[in-house]
Design a protein around this ligand. Structure first.
Ligand code: ATP
Length: 306
């Protein structure tokens, strides 16, 4: 009977996946044998990641060739550093992440990891190098242990538990009736947004990728959960090249560089304090969000600083 339900699971998942902004792409790619428009170049070598530098070099892209979404986007994330991508809704933040994963091919320009064009290496090696923590993970209708272990084929129970501990979800799992064998997902235990995100983090820790894409949750988590998750995210991004797709600004304060995207163009870039000071779009967004969230410190805007 379970065989019968599999295609339905898959359809449900694909549907939900497509509806979500930055989707659970890794899961989707492994599940569906994509008759992809995206093909490996003949004889393409595997991506070799040494340090993990990510570079967008004059990237132009549109889902529909007549409607360009990313206009000449260039940035470099040095190995191990964190880039935050901010901007109004629809600016193209998630699109940058999707093109890095080569979910779509770009129209012109290049996307490079350690100097290798991602269009010229095998897709499997590219996707093995990138870990994604999506904002709303789609869980498999299986055990919580399976959902975490999916990060790396052949992971031992010990490794799964170590990843769960690092993601601060182990104690929660141990309180469930069947521990790691508890079924989750649509026909199992429903996990909260924060719990699902921790499962996603544990899965990513197990995968141990050199490049990380964090799609920060838009949905409000309670502030304690949010602080805990941010601490975990900060620690997993410490030694990895990280791109944070930020919908709220409170988490980008420590980023090594912030790019502000507006209608597919980078309109400002720099560190938090510089951007606040320059009184542009970022400063406006920061001021607006600060009033929305009273617990967020508002930095003084110094107008005559330069
Ligand atoms: P948000 O903060 O609301 O998630 P975003 O900055 O991540 O927004 P994107 O999801 O990258 O924005 O979308 C950028 C533009 O691309 C939008 O105009 C959107 O309508 C369009 N777009 C996104 N996905 C697709 C798609 N699959 N097909 C066609 N257009 C799309």
């Amino acid at each position: 009977l379970s065989q019968l339900f599999r295609p339905l699971d898959l359809l449900g998942m694909v549907y939900r996946t497509i509806r979500q902004g930055l989707i659970d792409m890794e899961a989707m790619y492994k599940l569906i044998d994509t008759e992809a428009e995206i093909a490996d170049a003949p004889g393409a070598p595997a991506l070799k990641v040494k340090a993990g530098e990510v570079r967008f070099d004059h990237v132009r892209f549109g889902y529909d060739p007549d409607r360009e979404i990313l206009h000449d986007v260039s940035f470099t994330v040095p190995a191990g550093k964190t880039l935050a991508i901010v901007g109004p809704s629809g600016a193209g933040k998630s699109t940058i992440a999707r093109t890095l994963f080569r979910f779509y091919d770009i129209q012109s320009g290049r996307i490079l990891i350690d100097g290798q064009d991602i269009a010229e290496v095998t897709q499997s090696s590219l996707r093995a190098a990138i870990g994604i923590v999506p904002q709303d993970m789609v869980l498999f209708n299986d055990t919580v242990g399976y959902n975490i272990g999916y990060g790396r084929a052949g992971a031992s129970q010990q490794e799964i538990e170590a990843a769960a501990k690092a993601a601060s979800i182990h104690d929660f799992i141990m309180r469930m009736p069947q521990g790691y064998d508890t079924r989750v997902g649509e026909r199992g235990l429903k996990l909260s947004g924060g719990e699902k995100q921790r499962v996603a983090i544990a899965r990513t820790l197990l995968k141990d990728p050199p490049v990380l894409v964090l799609d920060e949750a838009t949905s409000a988590l309670d502030s304690r959960t949010e602080t805990e998750i941010q601490d975990v995210l900060r620690s997993i991004s410490r030694k990895r090249t990280t791109l944070v797709v930020a919908h709220r600004l409170s988490t980008v304060v420590d980023a090594d560089e912030i790019i502000v995207l507006d209608q597919g163009r980078i309109v400002e870039r720099g560190r938090h304090a510089d951007l606040v000071r320059s009184n542009g779009l970022y400063a406006t967004m920061w001021a607006r969000q600060a009033t929305e969230r009273e617990d967020m410190p508002v930095e003084p805007v110094i107008e005559d600083d330069f």
